[in-house]
Ligand binder design. Sequence first.
Ligand SMILES: [Zn+2]
Length: 373
Amino acid sequence: MKKIANGQHIIQLFERFSPKHYALEGDKIGLQIGTLNKPVRKIMVALDVLEEVVDEAINQKVDLIIAHHPPIFHPLKHIRTDDPAGRIIEKCIKHEIAVYAAHTNLDVAPGGVSDLLADRLQLVNQKILVPTYQDPLKKLAVFVPKDYEGDVREALGKAGAGFIGNYSYCTFSSAGIGTFLPLENANPFIGDTGKLEMVEEVKIETIFPQSIQKKVIQAMLKAHPYEEVAYDIYSLENEGKQLGLGKIGELEKEMTLKEFAEHVKKALEVEKVRVVGDLQATIKKVAVLGGDGNKYIYQAKMRGADVYVTGDVYYHTAHDAMMLGLHVVDPGHNIEKVMKEGVAEKLTKLCAEENLEVEIIPSRVHTDPFKFL
Ligand SMILES: [Zn+2]
């Protein structure tokens, strides 16, 4: 039987791959309008929350909008229902539509906007362009009675602990003797109150990124038979997984800048792109950053990119790029629309795993304000 989902549960699942602490400082993310403490049957994923998008959500009987661009970014001076910004809030509240924003945390998340864009451009040997966050690594050592060793190890692996490079379920076990003396109010799984117990136990050690600590510990406690579980968590000096904005990678086959511009148009489904540089130049190494990437042209050049794909390029940034000898292809800010299908797909999978009765759709409204004539 499928369960009706609660908004909070949905967001917990969403934040498994795009947690809030991935966001850049000062970003306006999280719940912006309404409440998550309610049943959610239908979710819409949107790039921008325009009035048209809210109307679409009302028509579709959506309970929750997950948006990439936060509709409330600057502090509000008023909520006037005779202007569109105020009406967006009014309509959402009237129709009980909650709005949750995931911005830079979704940009940098594995499988997020940067990854989706780099995959669409078919880049190989992808690396992060602008590192912003490193997930610290931790070690867990837990003491388990011998018969439950397999169960606990399985639970840890399933929760995502024990990843080292391309290996999962990495653990180390050593056998020993555990002792304990159950006190008066204890309800021991093994042994009796007031009697010193000696039990054959196994110490299981494994590594995990700090971001999933809660999940790992919960899974371990659930699989462990003891009332009071003995376990240690250590901080490690090992370097954790790096996250960041944009990607740099290579094309399988080099092409001219002109051919590459055509490739971008097709891959990102845009009609036109703006191009800076010599159209006959050879392109092999590509940097891509969704949204406004003006700030990062130097990083793109330093990392050896032949071309930088980003939106909202200013006139002066284009001059700087020309002087640096960095080619630029600007397909517009709207290329971040790739997040709609990507997020809907990912969240649908997570909800199915939890047996939740919920439908997740990408918004069909085209929010690019620009037309090319
Ligand atoms: Zn953006």
